[in-house]
Design a protein around this ligand. Structure first.
Ligand code: HEM
Ligand SMILES: *[C@@H]1O[C@H](CO)[C@@H](O)[C@H](O)[C@H]1NC(C)=O
Ligand SMILES: *[C@@H]1O[C@H](CO)[C@@H](O)[C@H](O)[C@H]1NC(C)=O
Ligand SMILES: *[C@@H]1O[C@H](CO)[C@@H](O)[C@H](O)[C@H]1NC(C)=O
Length: 371
């Protein structure tokens, strides 16, 4: 009975929603939207794309995307940490939160987004999610993320210790994510974000070192390359320079680096098959990431109070590399496979060892890098 009533209520709500479906004209007199709450995001979108991202999948997009993790995973179901999840606290209490050791480097993203909070009438939590979803659309192969509006401004900062770090064990990472509301599969799905990622805090001299050979494309190279046997750390260093946060990468001389956490999650019996399933499966990776991001973007929020403004998110650039390939000089013999499912059959890139262009910091994409 209760069940039937619930179904009826949902059906009625859907009907009412459809019946009331009409577009509102925004105060700018130009744009129309499904809900007036979406209106503020038209000018924000233009401002971000023109003045921060420059239409590219560069450093500022990567940093904005990273903020969704460092804002959202501060939440704790058990009450171990006081943070309110995807509430923008990392922006509003940036001086506190960017100083936590696991948040190293997030000050760049916070500094980049702060002016947009002053210029636009939006909350900090909405800004982070909107910047990430809009910026990600500049990355070829990215999914079009959902975007909901209405997260209240954070009232308290997150607590130190809630965000897992690259030196953590798989146990620690999975249990912290579980306490924030995520399954182990969802953790692996979220790590598709590391397909468009570089580190500039773990290596010396703040050089931006990519996690895979295609850091400006949202493709499955990351899931493949993390499974390859590591040989060294980049820049002729003899040992990793953070306490367990970095391990050998397969393309160190080409300037690729690897996080210990990614290495361990790719091989752990609990997560290895989920990891491997995304190697060479662009559409699965996109869909997994889109779904997991729907959850990360609303951690700690009452979704009944949020308004769907996904229509504001641009259609992402199409994938430029639909199939993963072994970087030149590597092959299936270097795959450290722990999942029993058959490994996809992949081509190897011809020629000498892959070169990953070294780009200066800032808003660069692959096309701008010196070859
Ligand atoms: C097991 C959990 C995770 C760990 C331990 C981890 C760790 C790291 C580390 C150490 C960096 C390098 C930061 C730097 O040195 O500049 C990084 C970069 C990045 N992470 Fe994660 N991460 C995790 C999960 C996530 C999630 C869930 C997301 C988003 C959904 C994310 C998005 C990113 C992005 C986009 C970058 C690149 C930033 C840039 O290029 O400037 N990470 N991550
Ligand atoms: C940042 O953290 C360090 C130690 O981790 C502490 O000594 C320092 O006071 C903190 N700074 C701020 C602004 O909170
Ligand atoms: C949220 O905080 C920002 C920064 O202080 C402010 O500009 C904005 O008006 C606040 N929004 C709301 C709805 O309180
Ligand atoms: C690393 O060492 C090799 C051999 O000594 C040298 O050819 C190469 O230029 C070095 N690379 C860097 C980035 O210093």
């Amino acid at each position: 009975m209760v069940f039937k009533l619930a179904v009826l209520t949902i059906a009625l709500a859907a009907f009412a929603g459809a019946a009331n479906y009409k577009r509102v004209t925004c105060p700018d007199g130009v744009n129309t939207a499904t809900h007036e709450a979406c209106c503020a995001f038209f000018s924000l979108r233009d401002d971000l794309q023109t003045n921060l991202f420059e239409g590219e999948c560069g450093e500022d997009v990567h940093e904005s995307l990273r903020l969704t993790f460092h804002d959202g995973v501060s939440f704790s179901k058990s009450g171990a940490f006081k943070g309110d999840g995807a509430d923008g606290s990392i922006l509003l209490f940036g001086n506190i939160e960017t100083n936590f050791s696991e948040n190293l480097g997030t000050d760049d993203g916070v500094d980049a987004l702060a002016p947009f909070l002053t210029r636009h009438l939006v909350t900090a939590g909405d800004l982070i999610q909107f910047a990430a979803a809009t910026g990600l659309a500049n990355c070829p192969g990215a999914p079009r993320l959902q975007f909901l509006v209405g997260r209240p401004n954070a009232t308290i900062p997150a607590e130190d210790g809630a965000i897992p770090g690259p030196a953590d064990t798989v146990d620690t990472i999975l249990s912290r994510f579980a306490d924030a509301g995520f399954t182990s599969n969802e953790v692996i799905h979220l790590l598709a974000s590391h397909s468009v990622a570089r580190s500039d805090t773990i290596v010396p001299d703040h050089q931006a070192v990519p996690f895979d050979s295609t850091p400006f494309n949202f493709d499955t190279q990351f899931f493949l390359e993390v499974l390859l046997k590591g040989t060294a750390v980049p820049f002729n260093r003899t040992t990793p320079n953070t306490v367990g946060g970095e391990v050998d990468s397969p393309l160190a001389s080409e300037g690729e680096m690897r996080l210990q956490s990614d290495f361990a999650l790719a091989r752990d019996p609990r997560t290895a098959c989920e990891w491997q399933s995304m190697v060479d499966n662009q559409f699965l990776m996109m869909e997994n990431f889109r779904t997991a991001m729907m959850k990360l973007s609303v951690v700690g929020q009452d979704t009944r109070k949020l308004v769907d403004c996904s229509e504001l998110i641009p259609e992402p650039k199409p994938a430029v590399k639909l199939h993963a390939t072994f970087p030149a000089g590597t092959s299936r013999f270097e795959v450290q496979q722990t999942c029993r499912a058959p490994f996809p059959v992949l081509r190897t890139d011809p020629g000498k060892a892959t070169t990953i262009p070294e780009c200066p910091d800032g808003d660069v994409n692959l096309a701008d890098c010196p070859s």
